[in-house]
Design a protein around this ligand. Structure first.
Ligand code: EPU
Length: 428
């Protein structure tokens, strides 16, 4: 087990290249199960979630090669092996194995997913979708059992706009008989990316990226090659970093349209940003103005950037209100930011940030992935040394973080935890 140490308070400058999107990768990899010949995905990020999914595909008999960010999955000898425990509990996105295995084998046993705790994260809309397609779904001792004689297309209205449910239903429906219509679907770019892969595999999908998706089921899907989209949340994290401590940062390999809500908010704060075709430049920011943000489904302000953005707001002049309408408990970073001298209080689903303050280095703990990103940004802003434990959360979603930050001139390094720290982490 390691911790991250940051010597903060220095301006960063240069170019950072964004990796492939985590939240696409974790759906694209299970989607390969649906093919009958090898699928290659390139541009995958080097993150632990990708490694875990690779191991899960191997557990069910897939032959997987992964090198230089390119993964080839030969799914031809996969079997519907139950995956009730173990690695499935390590990440939230293991729920995509349900849709993909149900689509291919008409049965699956998958342990309830793990992932970051951000408040209750039910999967009732996924299950509603599978049942509408004709599956019998039961929950037995912490695992979801799915079985169908055949899957039949259906009209499914999502009661909650859900990225996971939209993708999961799409994965099963591409192999159902007849037409499926998903209404009130989520519109995130990752959904379009998964639909593009499935279409290249031979699926018939229309409307991905809008709130009505039509899928005509097909009898089989074949192998293909697919390039993943860049990670808009990783890019957003570096944009925020650029506004917080940048002396001119160029973010390369991005789709600027995916970041419109963040760029608009940064401009409102007084940050100068120039967008190109696949690059965004953040100019050194002088005085920052307080702004309010409210997280919403895409294309609104992403909940995944709420925590990193809060670190930046500590530097802004005035009072900012951050409201998370997607998750009820995505505020675990606030106590840690307070340790670093931030003036923030949480009231219900909002955090009220008073600034500007000069953050001070401290020993803090990342409770989840984006809380970790918030603390990294805070550590780079702070005077002195910050030590972050719980970095396994950060490793789930940020590829080559230390190398990328040091490439911008930061002083960030990993160190082994002391025996005492290990015991504290184990007892927490
Ligand atoms: N919801 C339900 N029922 C469901 C599904 C969702 O009530 O069946 C609720 C959730 O509790 C939440 C809201 O609907 O309040 C949105 O959840 P959604 O299903 O869209 O989230 P998710 O698919 O579980 C993905 C990302 C998250 C990101 C959200 C929102 C993956 C693996 N995860 O989660 O990413 O926050 O969409 O954009 O794609 C992260 O990257 O740090 C992360 C948490």
């Amino acid at each position: 087990m390691e911790k991250l140490k940051i010597a903060g308070g220095y301006p960063l400058k240069g170019t950072v290249r964004i990796s492939g999107a985590k939240n696409s990768a974790v759906a694209l990899i299970p989607a390969t199960i649906l093919a009958d010949s090898p699928v290659t995905i390139d541009g995958l990020p080097d993150i632990s979630d990708v490694q875990i999914l690779k191991a899960l595909l191997e557990e069910i008999g897939g032959k997987v090669e992964f090198a230089n960010n390119e993964m080839t999955v030969d799914p031809s000898s996969m079997i519907s092996m139950p995956l009730p425990n173990g690695k499935v509990k390590k990440l939230r996105a293991s729920y995509y194995l349900m849709g993909a295995m149900l689509g291919r084998f008409k049965k699956a046993v998958i342990g309830l997913p793990g992932g970051c705790y951000l408040g209750p994260r039910p999967i009732d809309q996924h299950i509603k979708g599978f049942e509408a397609l004709g599956a019998k779904v039961t929950n037995e001792q912490g695992a979801i059992y799915l079985r169908a004689d055949e899957l039949k297309g259906a009209r499914i209205y999502l009661d909650v706009v859900s990225v996971g449910a939209t993708i999961n239903i799409m994965l099963a429906a591409v192999r159902a008989k007849g037409r499926t219509i998903i209404e009130n679907a989520a519109k995130e770019p990752e959904i379009i990316d998964v639909a593009t892969l499935l279409t290249n595999m031979g699926a018939k999908i229309k409307g991905a990226g809008t709130d009505v998706i039509r899928i005509d089921g097909v009898d089989h899907l074949h192998g293909c090659r697919h390039t993943i989209i860049p990670d808009r949340i990783e890019a957003g994290t570096y944009l925020i970093l650029g506004a917080a401590v940048g002396d001119g940062i160029l973010i390369d390999n991005v789709i600027p349209n995916h970041l419109e809500s963040l760029i608009a908010k940064l401009r409102e704060m007084g940050v100068e940003i120039e967008s190109g075709d696949d690059q965004v430049f953040v100019a050194p920011a002088q005085k920052l103005k307080a702004v309010d943000i409210k997280t919403l489904v895409y294309p609104g302000f992403p909940t995944d950037l709420q925590q990193p953005f809060t670190s930046l707001l500590t530097k802004a002049e005035g009072t900012s209100v951050v409201t998370d309408t997607i998750y009820s408990a995505r505020f675990k970073h606030i106590d840690e930011l307070r340790r670093m001298n931030a003036n923030i209080k949480v009231e219900g689903r909002s955090a009220i940030v008073n600034g500007p303050v000069r953050l001070q280095g401290a020993k803090v703990k990342a409770s989840d992935l984006r809380a970790g990103a918030a603390l990294v940004i805070a550590g780079l802003m702070a005077e002195g040394i910050t030590e972050i434990t719980g970095i396994e959360h950060i490793d789930r979603g940020y590829s080559h973080l230390v190398e990328k930050l040091n490439g911008l001139g930061a002083t960030v390094w990993r160190e082994d935890l002391s025996q005492e720290e290990k015991e504290q982490m184990e007892n927490a």
